[in-house]
Design a binder for this molecule. Sequence first.
Ligand code: CP
Ligand code: NVA
Length: 310
Amino acid sequence: MSQPRHFVDLWALDGATLRAILDDAHRRKAARAGWTQGRVDADAPAAGRTLAMIFERNSTRTRFSFDAAIRQLGGAGIISTSADMQLGRGETIEDTARVLSRMVDAVMLRAARHDTIEALAQAATVPVINGLTNKSHPCQILADLMTLEAHRGPLAGKTIAWVGDGNNVCASYLHAAGKLGFALNIATPPEYAPDGMDLARAVEAGGRITLTDDPRAAVAGADCVVADTWVSMGDIDYDERLAALGPYQVDDALMDLAGPKAMFLHCLPAHRGEEVTDAVLEGERSLVWDAAENRLHAQKSILAWCFGAF
Ligand code: CP
Ligand code: NVA
């Protein structure tokens, strides 16, 4: 039996595959202009297929975009929290994988721990998609990059500045940088720097990565400034994080140091007055709502790729 096409981490996929997914997403989005959200794409690449969606953590965007995505592709979805499953009472992820593989055509999981999704992918005989773990959030990055290239053109040669916590979303930017040809400047306090393995992988993949503790240096000349919450799901050191990350707030003064056409992205949910000011989030440079919409379009193409449509 051939190996299922898992979408667990961007570093495991080649640049051509990422490019093909992004191109398909742009095409599908354009083809739907003016359509109602429930109408099925003309080619219905998931017709006859079912997607299971499992959540160990809260979600708005990932939950609704995946459910809408599988419907727009002509398939069906089943959503559950892990707490409602026997998984929540101690059944192993491997046994869950074997059972679900006999009932559905793909599984999307939002996991508290990254090793849970790795174990799921190892044991499943259908594609497994990462809907966020403590270590990465690859679906988010494809939606962000889709938004950047729709508004600013080709990614190659662009500079993206990540400001704040070197977290799971930052890790997926690192995984994508070398493969898609953008430079990545990361500004974090040293104690919240990205994982060393992710940095090493990014450089190995040809990424042009700069790490600094100075947000002003990171954003200088950037095409895009990205922020995320200072306290991710599962983080418990709330007070320490707020104290260390205070100087990393993205405000208009920081945006002004980036290029005149620099855009602002945030995966959401946002904490206005912490990692970003209300003025930046609601300002003309913010494309956060487009990026949130693009979760739907990018994930449709991730699903279509997992199902072998291209
Ligand atoms: N950006 C994102 O993944 O949002 P949710 O947590 O609402 O899914
Ligand atoms: N870094 C955040 C992203 C939420 C979508 C978290 O993991 O909570």
